[in-house]
Every structure is written in structure tokens, then in C-alpha cells.
Design a protein around this ligand. Structure first.
Ligand SMILES: *Cc1c(COP(=O)(O)O)cnc(C)c1O
Length: 354
């Protein structure tokens, strides 16, 4: 007879970066934004009428979808919102990859993709990286597949793939869904949103967590053809009719209203990214060319795990993925100038000692 354990699912979950909490810590391990969200977000929170908490929220989060649609100049029917882009991507895996043919994504990318594929029983093939961690578009052209997922800029490599290459991939796979996860595109590179009008198989996924400083509110979205979005809505309605809470619906849109604040913070992060990159290179690190709000760096003489634990002793947190081919690298979020100065000073001590 089957035991209780036999009835329970055995699965390896995604492992998120830790959320330590020390007053003096420098937290550069989960690509959070070091700056607060737009002032209008705070105003919207203060104006929020808690009386509505008694009621279920809108099933389709229409107010938030309208705001996002307006921001990008698309129809509300082309926008799907979820509880962070993780929720949106999980929906896409269920909604869009149903052929039984393996889907494709790069060997080095957001590790959640294989977790969802395993969870939902979707077969997949990993495409190899080039030596320099770039993605070869040829792996996605004329290679039979049930769908494609590419993070652009990619994580954790920080490298951006040119929009022409993305377009070639989307065109070569016109009969299946191509997902471009643009969690970091506000920090560099070009968005595939420009291809949407002409490519009904394209899904662009975005998040409020990084560039809009709202990781805690949990808002992500997809922009795609009405056909794909309608399918995603149906799948959502098979799982949870009200995934978006009323605070997120009311407050999220306010972060889209202040373009000047948004651009200003991005500019600051891009500037600090250059300081961090130069500082790391001076200490002997190899640094990938970043289009994101983090850098991917390795030191030829010192093991990445050693650097990680030495930094952690100083309450400085960065991320290390202890597997090939990236185990020599650290992923470091771009913080404020002051945080980056303190990180570089700590790294100087560590590299001097070893
Ligand atoms: C951070 C991240 C996400 C998920 O972000 P949410 O907070 O769930 O919106 C998705 N994809 C990539 C590549 C990311 O780095």
C-alpha cells in the first residue's frame, strides 16, 4: 500500500536569495533597487481606503492593467498582470507550452525556468552558452521546439542580446510561443515590445520589482497578443480568481505616473554600475559587460565561495551560484554609491589578505 510519503510530491524548488536583516548590512544579493519607489506610490498608499479590504478585489485587476496598457500604448486586452513576474511566468509555462515537444532555454539563465518546467511536466532542452556567456541565436533557429524562453538582459550573466537576434528567433518560431523575460531591460538594451504588433507569438514579461523599486508589492506583467493573454486569463481563472490584492491594484499604477523620477533613479544606477565595474577591474576581477542592475564578476586568484563568505562576515551579501559553468562568478547588485564604495573597500581588504 502507498505510504503517506508516496502521496506527496517530491520536487526541487527554486532557491531565492536570502533576506537577512541587520541594521548595518549591505544587501546586494537579490537585485533589489537601493532607492525608494516613486513618491506618488507613498501618496497612493497613504490615500488607500482600507474599507475596501472587506471586499474581494477585481478579478482582472482592470485598473492596473489599464495603467500598464496606457504606459506602453497597447490595448488592455494585451496585458496580463500577476503576483510578481514569477507568477506571470508560471502561468505562461502552463498556458503556452502544451505541444509535448521540448521547450528551449539557455544553459545559464534564470534558474526558475527549469523549476516550472519540472513542476508542470514540460520537457525542455538547454542550449549551450558561448565561451563569453553570450547566447547563440542559431540554437533557436531551425531547431525543433515547443517554445522558447530567453531572459534579455540575461540573468545572472547581465549580458544583453541585440534586438535583431531576438527578432530572428521570434520569426523563426512563428508557430510557437517565444517568451522574452525583460526583468532588467530598463537598465539597458532594447525592448522586444517593438516587435509585438507584427509577431503574435511573442510574449514580453516585465516586473515592477527591480526598476520600479516595488519587489515587496509583487507586481509583474506580460504583454502579448490578445489570443495569448486570453489563454493566460483562462488558466489564471483555473487557479485563483483574485491573485492581485487590492493594495497592489490601487498603488502599483502610481509608480507609472512619475517618468522623471523613474528615469532619474535608473540613470543613477547605471552610473554606479560603471563605478562598480571599474573598481572591480582595478582589483583584478573579470566583469561581464552589464546591461542590468547587477554585475557578474570573477577573480582569477580567489575562489568565489571564499569571497562570498568573507563578505558575509562583514554583513555584505552578494549571490553565488555554486554550479558549472558559473561557479567562479559572483552576482553583485548595484547599490547606492556609498554601498558600492564600502563593498569595494571590503573586497580590497580581502584581495590584499589572500
Ligand atoms: C527577478 C526576476 C524575475 C522575477 O521577479 P518578480 O519579483 O517575481 O517580478 C523574473 N525573471 C528574472 C530574470 C528575474 O531576475
Amino acid at each position: 500500500m502507498a505510504s503517506l510519503a508516496d502521496n506527496l510530491r517530491k520536487i526541487d524548488p527554486y532557491v531565492a536569495g536570502e533576506q537577512p536583516n541587520y541594521p548595518d548590512m549591505i544587501k546586494l544579493n537579490t537585485n533589489e533597487n537601493p532607492y525608494p519607489p516613486a513618491p506618488g506610490v507613498l501618496a497612493a498608499l497613504e490615500a488607500f481606503d482600507s474599507g475596501v479590504l472587506r471586499l474581494y478585489p477585481s478579478t482582472d485587476a482592470s485598473k492596473l492593467r489599464k495603467a500598464i496598457a496606457g504606459y506602453h500604448g497597447v490595448s488592455e486586452k494585451q496585458v496580463f498582470v500577476g503576483v510578481g513576474s514569477d507568477d506571470v511566468l508560471a502561468n505562461i509555462f502552463q498556458s503556452c507550452f502544451n505541444s509535448g515537444i521540448p521547450i528551449l532555454f539557455p544553459e545559464v539563465t534564470y534558474s526558475f525556468y527549469r523549476v516550472w518546467a519540472n513542476l508542470y511536466g514540460i520537457s525542455y532542452r538547454l542550449t549551450p552558452m558561448r565561451q563569453d556567456f553570450t547566447i547563440d541565436k542559431k540554437d533557436y533557429i531551425g531547431n525543433e521546439n515547443g517554445g522558447v524562453v530567453i531572459a534579455n538582459p540575461n540573468a545572472p550573466t547581465s549580458i544583453f542580446m541585440p534586438l535583431e537576434d531576438i527578432r530572428d528567433i521570434v520569426e523563426a518560431n512563428s508557430e510557437r510561443v517565444v517568451v522574452i523575460d525583460e526583468a532588467y531591460v530598463d537598465f539597458g538594451g532594447e525592448s522586444a515590445l517593438a516587435l509585438l504588433d507584427t509577431h503574435p507569438n511573442l510574449v514580453v514579461v516585465r516586473t515592477f520589482s527591480k526598476s520600479r523599486s516595488l519587489a515587496g508589492l509583487r507586481i509583474g506583467y506580460a504583454v502579448a497578443s490578445e489570443q495569448i493573454i486570453a489563454t493566460m486569463e483562462s488558466v489564471k481563472d483555473c487557479i485563483n480568481s483574485y491573485p492581485m490584492n487590492c493594495t497592489a491594484i490601487e498603488v502599483g499604477a502610481a509608480s507609472l505616473d512619475d517618468e522623471a523620477y523613474f528615469r532619474g533613479r535608473i540613470e543613477a544606477i547605471v552610473k554606479t554600475r560603471a563605478v562598480l565595474t571599474e573598481g572591480l577591474k582595478k582589483l583584478g576581477f573579470t566583469v561581464m559587460p552589464s546591461s542590468a542592475n547587477f554585475v557578474f564578476a570573477s577573480h582569477p586568484g580567489i575562489d568565489a565561495g571564499t569571497i562570498l563568505s568573507r563578505l558575509r562576515q562583514k554583513h555584505i551579501y552578494v549571490r553565488h551560484f555554486n554550479s558549472e559553468p558559473v561557479k567562479d562568478y559572483l552576482r553583485i547588485t548595484v547599490g547606492t554609491d556609498e554601498q558600492v564604495d564600502r563593498l569595494l573597500a571590503a573586497l580590497k581588504e580581502i584581495t590584499d589578505e589572500i
